[in-house]
Design a protein around this ligand. Structure first.
Ligand code: NAI
Ligand code: MG
Length: 353
């Protein structure tokens, strides 16, 4: 029988992370009621504020505490006063790595009613998913710095691609493409980066043979970014390394109007560890505390969490409500060209549900 009670670890984090997660929880509570399931939310105040008080982004046994939850729901971490690499490496990256959340899934859709910065592009033209490798690649701790502060200063940073790591993310992307429109694009740069990227291409070509139903192509990252802008209609699933996936998954939502609606899932596909769901955006210090942050990225991330827990219909109910709300001026926050507050936007979505 299907589990109907879920323990969720909530890490609102910094800045606008707090209000958007609060609204996401309200939406999930309402849908849970309709589905006949329930959530136990356990809040963790791990953040830059926590860092100021304790010198750590999370306690020593933080990962142990998170491990027993069914999923993690996160707002955003990072705030002026704490260097971004400290906040990121002190919390988000350990969670993604130790919990083997190697597949980062970021859907990109242009909704009717949300203005796109691209001329002549309408709803239906932009509907794809970026699959980002989330555990290795360019984001590695291996490297160093010598002769610091002198004219001879040298720094180096190592990129690591393992066969296991590359294959498992490619498999995930091929599987996802099989369930969608059957098209998979690989982001590469095998002309300039002469070891890791040809290896990535090689594995992509080998795995493609196992998925004859998926139509494949690949582009170097430079021209691929141009195609995202000029031909967003071409894409269904786009797979990239940690760095390329990171870049593409901000560019994607930007062509779909605003990063404020973009959602992200950090998935441990084997289900050995909890997966983590978060909006793509950061803590937005420039608008924090003003009550105007767009809650849709967090709400959509909540929908992805429901889907991951086995409730696809709950996901679809939330997406449908978002779709209907953004069609009208009244529920839209400023970044979508409206005037609604965080609360008004979330209330409009709750009404639709
Ligand atoms: P950001 O995403 O916080 O903000 C970029 C721009 O988009 C800002 O002008 C902001 O006002 C706007 N924006 C973002 N989310 C919005 C929303 N929901 N509604 C309306 N407008 C929104 O990225 P930024 O400024 O580069 O980073 C700020 C802090 O957040 C940094 O400390 C950074 O490290 C951290 N960060 C954390 C992330 C995470 O926790 N996953 C992801 C990205 C950044
Ligand atoms: Mg990013």
């Amino acid at each position: 029988t299907q589990n109907t009670n879920f323990n969720i670890a909530v890490i609102p984090g910094d800045g606008i992370g707090k209000p958007v997660i609060e609204q996401g929880i309200r939406v999930l509570e309402k849908v849970a009621g309709q589905l006949g399931i329930s959530f136990d939310w356990e809040h963790f105040d791990w953040s830059c504020e926590h860092f100021h008080k304790t010198g750590k982004m999370m306690p020593e046994d933080g990962l142990e505490q998170l491990k027993r939850h069914n999923a993690i729901y996160l707002g955003a971490v990072g705030y002026p006063g704490v260097p971004d690499h400290v906040s990121l490496w002190g919390l988000l990256i350990p969670i993604r790595r130790v919990f083997q959340q190697y597949a980062c899934i970021r859907p990109v859709r242009l909704f009717e009613g949300v203005p796109s910065p691209l001329a002549g592009v309408g709803p239906g033209d932009v509907d794809f998913v970026v699959v980002r490798e989330n555990n290795e690649g360019e984001y590695s701790e291996i490297g160093g710095r010598i002769f610091q502060g002198t004219d001879a200063e040298v720094v180096s940073q190592q990129t690591l691609f393992s066969k296991k790591g590359v294959d498992r993310i490619l498999h995930y992307a091929f599987d996802l493409a099989s369930r969608r429109k059957g098209k998979l694009t690989s982001a590469t740069k095998s002309n300039g980066i002469m070891h890791t990227m040809p290896f990535w291409d090689e594995r992509f070509a080998i795995l493609a043979k196992k998925y004859p139903q998926v139509q494949t192509n690949q582009f170097h990252i430079d021209i691929l970014t141009a195609h995202f802008v000029q031909h967003p209609q071409w894409f269904d699933v786009v797979v990239g390394s940690n760095l390329f996936g990171d870049i593409l998954s901000d560019l994607g939502p930007a062509v779909a109007g605003t990063i404020g609606i973009a959602a992200s899932a950090n998935i441990n596909p084997e289900g050995q560890f909890p997966s983590m769901f978060e909006p793509v955006h950061g803590s937005a210090p420039d608008i924090a505390g003003k009550g105007i942050a767009n809650p849709i990225g967090a709400i959509w991330a909540g929908a992805m969490m429901l889907e991951h827990l086995g409730f696809e219909e709950g996901h679809d109910v939330i997406l449908g409500a978002i779709e209907r709300v953004v069609k009208h001026q009244s529920g839209k926050t400023r970044d979508m060209g409206g005037t609604a507050t965080t609360l008004e936007c979330a209330n409009a979505i709750l009404d639709e549900i």
